[in-house]
Design a protein. Structure first.
Length: 591
């Protein structure tokens, strides 16, 4: 996690309601914490409801004022993979995703507080909530419907997820607000010592750059030879896992539309699955599994048990799964409204897929497998109950810097206060060849120091070093930071923040007294200026600073960085300039 301990301190009010004419019952439960509110609806067993259908939810959030709001639209083609926009609430689109983040003060004057975020906690067997703007500054819960038009099929006893409001004076207070985890159930899996945070490399970025293919052919990335080279690199540099995409049959042709032909147990002939798994174990690392489903739950679900059992037998501890499909195109072949032999299509955020993700997490747990789900439903804190649900994508990650116009330097300083409020993210940081391939213009709009900062700024207990080994080779001095930085923390502090402009975060390692700092800014140069008072007052630290060189710039001199070492204490101030699109990464090694 981000912190070693979280205190659950709240008051609860439970209002029991009964409908006079038919005895139906419903409870409204409200929990109030210092930094947030949760409310949910319960349908108790004794209410005589039996099975029932929810067609709408009337929860409303009526905001005073017209706060500055950061949002992405809901029910768009690419799920959650959009750049965040900023508007007064009254000008936001009709339907937005949560977390939805708002500033009630004068944001431009640097006095944006109080900050509020709306989201939900513990989304289980229900439809995801989007927010529908029903007035100038009023929002209503919108439940993603099934193709039948029903939002939720339920049987009493049942309850809704928590509708959650986070509140803080500073933007950073939202980041270190753990109300959502408190609103989730405790660990349901018992001993989860097998669910290990760690760092991984992978046969991945090469596909996104177009150098390799997932499918078979002369450029197939997932070959035995290639994978051995990656295993050697992982072993030499202490990585816990090697992700290999394109190892299994089903990728040939347009894999994005071929969800029904993937096998999750059959390797391609040029990939020696058993031999490579054994080789990785011999070298002290592990393969990381990869299951791209192209959104086909009907193809994946019947294979899940066997596929997870196979991975467990091979010593694999984590699987990255993927659900590439348009957001309303997730096939379903059984259940309400489906005739024999028919396929209907569901939203990625509806109850059907919520149930699927849940089944996958529980099945993976039975085989001691952790998951890193791409194109997943947004998180709502379920990682507390299912600690093997390590991380997910569910946002616009680094891959967009390989094949689109890119994410823009303000993306990360916005993500921290929006998407990241929901959960850890497998953003896949650590691109060192920021120009991409030779025939490209600059695609990764940060400096190299800015890429290092992401390891601290964007929390993920599975953290990738996403670039190709050959791109790390010329910068082994900077690569040292990726080797050192942990993926699991004892403490987290947001030191400076302006949503969309900059963010500086310090975190303490869970397994040592070392602290790490990451600062990321947008296109405007600025100076990090923070007291080091978070450090232990009794110690001296050796600070290794990975900083932008004086002429670094995300548009031109991306790889211009300097590494500096100095002794510091908690009484010191850190004052370091950041380049346009730049960043700063610091390790404070306790002496
Ligand atoms: C989309 C994922 O986000 C990406 O990381 C992966 O490489 C492709 N799907 C293929 O599975």
């Amino acid at each position: 996690g981000e912190v070693a301990e979280i205190r659950d301190h709240h008051n609860e009010l439970r209002i029991r309601m009964e409908q006079a004419d038919n005895g139906r019952r419903m409870n409204l439960v409200v929990r109030v914490f210092d930094g947030g509110i949760g409310l949910r609806y319960e349908w108790p067993e004794e209410g005589d409801l039996g099975t029932f259908e929810i067609v709408d939810e009337l929860t409303e959030f009526r905001l005073t004022d017209n706060p500055t709001t950061w949002y992405i639209r809901s029910q768009e083609e690419n799920r959650y993979e959009y750049l965040y926009e900023r508007m007064p609430l009254s000008r936001t689109p009709p339907l937005t995703h949560t977390p939805l983040t708002m500033a009630f003060g004068n944001e431009d004057a640097g006095e944006g507080g109080p900050y509020v975020a709306l989201h939900e906690a513990a989304l289980v067997d229900y439809a995801a909530m989007s927010l529908e703007r029903i007035g100038r500054t009023a929002l209503k819960a919108h439940l993603t419907p099934w193709s039948t038009g029903v939002a939720v099929y339920a049987e009493a006893p049942h309850h809704s997820p928590w509708r959650m409001i986070l509140i803080g004076d500073e933007a950073g207070d939202l980041v270190t607000n753990y109300t959502m985890l408190n609103l989730n159930e405790p660990n349901a899996l018992g001993d989860v010592s097998w669910a290990e945070p760690g760092k991984y490399i992978g046969i991945w970025w090469g596909m996104h750059l177009g150098i390799w293919s997932w499918g078979q052919g002369p450029n197939h990335g997932a070959t035995t030879e290639n994978t051995r080279r990656y295993i050697d690199f992982a072993a030499e540099h202490g990585f816990d896992g090697v992700l290999v995409e394109g190892w299994n049959t089903g990728w040939d042709g347009d894999w994005t539309a071929n969800g029904d032909v993937f096998s999750f147990t059959e390797p391609y002939p040029d990939f020696d699955l058993d031999g490579l798994a054994a080789y990785a174990r011999e070298k002290g690392t592990r393969l990381m599994g990869h299951h791209e489903t192209s959104g086909s739950a009907p193809n994946y679900e019947p294979q899940m048990e066997d596929a997870y059992a196979l991975m467990n037998r091979l010593g694999v501890r984590a699987i990255k799964s993927g659900y590439v499909d348009w957001s309303m195109n997730y096939p379903r072949r059984h259940g309400p409204g489906v005739a024999e032999g028919e396929t209907v299509y569901e939203w990625n955020t509806g109850q059907f897929m919520v149930r699927h993700y849940q089944r996958s997490v529980e099945a993976a747990a039975r085989h001691q497998i952790s998951l890193n789900i791409h194109e997943a439903i947004k998180d709502t804190g379920l990682r507390r109950t299912y600690p093997n649900l390590m991380t997910r994508e569910s946002a616009r990650g680094q891959e967009y810097n390989a094949w689109s116009a890119g994410n823009g330097p303000d993306h990360v300083p916005t993500l921290v206060f929006t998407r990241m409020l929901a959960s850890p993210m497998d953003f896949t940081p650590g691109i060192f060849n920021l120009a991409g391939t030779a025939d490209r213009t600059i695609n990764v709009p940060t400096t190299l120091a800015g890429q290092l900062a992401l390891y601290v700024v964007l929390y993920s207990p599975l953290q990738m070093a996403a670039d190709l080994p050959e791109n790390y080779a010329p910068h082994m001095d900077a690569f040292q930071f990726i080797k050192d930085v942990p993926a699991d923390w004892a403490d987290t502090r947001v030191l400076e923040a302006k949503i969309g402009d900059y963010v500086t975060i310090a975190r303490r390692d869970r397994h040592s007294e070392d602290w790490y700092l990451g600062a990321k800014n947008d296109a405007s140069p600025r100076t990090v200026d923070v007291p080091l008072s978070f450090l232990d007052a009794d110690r001296t630290y050796t600070a290794t600073l990975y900083r932008d060189a004086a002429d670094a710039d995300y548009r031109t001199r991306t790889a211009a960085y300097e590494i500096e070492t100095r002794a510091v204490t908690s009484a010191d101030q850190l004052t370091i300039p950041l380049a346009p699109g730049g960043g700063l990464a610091v390790r404070f090694a306790a002496q």
